[in-house]
Write a protein that binds this ligand. Structure first.
Ligand SMILES: NC(=O)c1ccc[n+]([C@@H]2O[C@H](COP(=O)([O-])OP(=O)(O)OC[C@H]3O[C@@H](n4cnc5c(N)ncnc54)[C@H](O)[C@@H]3O)[C@@H](O)[C@H]2O)c1
Length: 347
């Protein structure tokens, strides 16, 4: 397994500096940040090159609530106001929210301007910045609008992680656990013990695993669907909670989704009891249980019914079979789904 060529992992960001030098002096360059990455990360890249100092900086509020059509159009307005052409570049400096929204805006402005990700959260470094999925949430549904638009380059540096809050670091771990569960038991064993002591290794390992799925199935027709393990239920929980006073992070929702979907896999006879116990134990060792007070099965099912993987009106799941192996295009009836939510709520 190898790191895909368009991704550079380099503490010093030398690759970004070299890239900045190649930018056309007459074409506007944009740097999209959120309010946190504007404060903590922008100075680290602007010191690299004068082209980055002169770039048009677009700042949007931090948080998932910003990943919506209103801010998408705000970014497009900024492209227009500053005369972006097809030769312009947008550098998305932030976590998965900024990469998804900036990638989407880049993909549709004048049918596509160049898009570069500089991921600054652990989750974005080991997952969201690769694979070309872009998008925004719409009408309460996660990533309902979006495109496949691979970034031209991804520059990853450890330097950004020093200002990332602890809760956000844990958040990133959920996608790494998912990568291990669907493809690599050895990686799972490594993650079980003090994963934060070796974040650079996590980033490489996760990128290698995700890269394999994307290479064989870039547009998610089959194998790539395995990367959605934990996400059918995770996205529904994330969307439900986003509308409450206690929103949860994407990784926290995915971690809960992995537990609940493991229960479904067990109920359907695909997973051993011992495997279910191990997955539940390890996930709970890193993530607190989501407060399920007031949850409605009907509401969560309604959210899942809009999942992009669904076919013929059936909710599609990508279920773990054993640690290191998953499947896709799995289905369960509503009663099994309800039982699984009840199981998690009662843990
Ligand atoms: N496109 C994909 O393939 C893909 C994959 C997984 C997740 N996602 C999406 O990614 C999003 C989640 O990503 P996320 O967890 O990075 O969320 P995020 O982008 O909201 O970032 C999390 C928080 O960390 C802050 N932050 C980021 N970098 C920082 C730094 N270096 N220092 C201090 N604060 C920093 C942000 O401002 C934000 O408050 C979700 O919208 C999810 O749907 C996309």
């Amino acid at each position: 397994m190898a790191i895909p060529g368009y991704i550079q992992i380099d503490h010093s960001l030398a690759g970004l500096k070299t890239f900045a030098n190649t930018l056309h002096p007459a074409e506007p360059v944009f740097i999209l940040t959120d309010s946190n990455t504007h404060t903590y990360c922008l100075p680290l890249i602007q010191e690299l090159d004068s082209r980055l100092q002169q770039a048009v900086v677009i700042e949007i509020p931090a948080g998932e609530k910003t990943k919506n059509p209103e801010y998408l159009f705000y970014v497009l307005d900024q492209f227009l106001a500053h005369r972006a052409s097809r030769k312009s570049t947008c550098i998305n400096l932030g976590g998965g929210m900024v990469c998804d929204l900036g990638g989407f805006a880049s993909s549709i402005f004048k049918r596509g301007i160049s898009c570069v990700h500089v991921p600054t959260s652990l989750l974005a470094q080991l997952d969201a910045s690769m694979g070309g999925k872009t998008g925004v949430d719409f009408k309460g549904f996660k990533n309902l609008l979006g495109t496949f638009y691979p970034p031209q380059k991804v520059f990853i540096s450890h330097r950004f992680l020093s200002t990332l809050p602890e809760r956000e670091k844990r958040n990133g771990l959920a996608e790494a656990l998912k990568h291990a569960l669907i493809a690599d038991k050895t990686y799972w064993d490594l993650l079980k013990t003090n994963p934060f002591a070796q974040t650079e290794l996590l980033i490489k390992k996760s990128i290698e695993i995700k890269g394999q799925f994307i290479t064989v199935d870039p547009f998610e027709k089959n194998e790539r669907k395995k990367l959605n393990a934990g996400h059918t239920i995770g996205h529904a929980l994330e969307s439900w909670k986003l509308d409450t006073e206690t929103p949860i992070l994407h990784g926290e929702a995915v971690a809960a989704g992995l537990c609940i979907e493991a229960f479904i896999s067990h109920q359907l006879g695909y997973m051993h009891t011992q495997t279910l116990a191990e997955i539940t134990e390890i996930i709970f060792s890193f993530f607190p249980k989501i407060n399920m007070e007031g949850y409605s099965v009907a509401h969560l099912l309604g959210l899942m019914q809009q999942d992009k993987k669904n076919e013929s009106g059936k909710i599609s799941l990508s279920l773990i079979r054993e640690i290191g192996r998953a499947s896709f295009d799995d289905y369960c009836d509503n009663q099994v789904m309800e039982d699984a939510l009840t199981y998690y709520a009662g843990l």
